[in-house]
Design a protein around this ligand. Structure first.
Ligand code: A2P
Length: 266
């Protein structure tokens, strides 16, 4: 009789929570340890879940940290009654999180053609992948200008605002480049703010290009590259605007002028 000692490897890495921060009652961030073997490209997503279930509920989360960091950071919504987030929002430092083994995604520098300006357009938790790319020096080598837009309902949902307005400029790796090349463009839709309204409305009115000192004709398919991350409706609406400017949707296999991915919803 032989015994089988070569059990299939677990599909998930058990990792430890090292940091939790609650931005609002709808939004929180957390960090976990990173397994030595875990490789990803800045902007990719991975499956995340909680142990203890016979078959754990796993959801796709964009990794908010750049590809070289020791820990992995995530930004999450809290959905009341949500199968994963109703429990995930209760995590504390020291708890275990399950991390999928195969990061993937299209919001990566390799999926857009070379260009001059890179626009990272996020709504809600769609900011997450755009917390990764501008903290990676490669983004500044490939593009002269980076613009991160974040649209939320209320001002307090502008998570990471102080990163964009202050901390990133002191970052060891990208601080100097960010000071010259990075613009943060927050907009708020349901509270008074100096830049009110949806990003779609601001692009369509021309206010977006005016604010950034860009030519009034708007996006240029020769120079401009865009990544989108938001709800399905937001992605669809922005994509239609971009197509109107002659930008085409790309992928890892066929880099073009823009790429999109749905933000995590629940
Ligand atoms: P609005 O307040 O006008 O709905 P949510 O919190 O629902 O995830 O939304 C995040 C942000 O995305 C909100 O500010 C919301 O604006 C905006 N938004 C929702 N749908 C679209 C869309 N189709 N195009 C552009 N922005 C959108």
């Amino acid at each position: 009789m032989t015994s089988d000692t070569t059990a299939a490897p677990s599909p998930h890495h058990p990792e430890t929570v090292t940091w939790v921060h609650h931005w609002t009652d709808r939004l929180f961030s957390f960090k976990i340890t990173r397994p030595a073997s875990f490789r990803f490209r800045s902007g990719e997503f991975v499956m995340i879940g909680l142990p203890g279930e016979t078959k754990p509920i796993m959801r796709a989360y964009s990794i908010a940290s750049p590809c070289f960091t020791e820990e992995l950071e995530f930004l999450s919504i809290k959905v009341p009654g949500g199968p994963l987030t109703s429990k995930l929002q209760l995590i504390e430092v020291g708890d275990t999180i399950l991390l999928g083994r195969k990061p993937t995604g299209t919001l990566v520098l390799d999926a857009v053609k070379a260009g001059r300006r890179l626009f990272l357009i996020g709504t809600g938790t769609g900011l997450a992948p755009f917390l990764s790319i501008p903290r990676d020096p490669e983004a500044y080598e490939r593009f002269e200008q980076l613009v991160v837009t974040h649209t939320v309902r209320d001002i307090e949902e502008l998570a990471y605002r102080s990163l964009w307005e202050n901390e990133i400029f002191d970052d060891e790796l990208v601080g100097d480049q960010a000071r010259k090349q990075l613009t943060y463009y927050p907009t708020v839709t349901r509270a008074p703010f100096h830049r009110p309204g949806r990003i779609t409305a601001r692009i369509e009115s021309g206010a977006f290009f005016q604010d950034l000192g860009m030519p009034a004709h708007g996006f240029d398919p020769e120079l401009d590259r865009v990544m989108l991350c938001g709800s399905m409706a937001m992605n669809k609406d922005v994509a239609a605007i971009l197509e109107g400017y002659g930008l085409r949707k790309g992928s890892n296999n066929e880099p073009r002028e823009y790429v999109l991915e749905r933000a995590f919803v629940g």
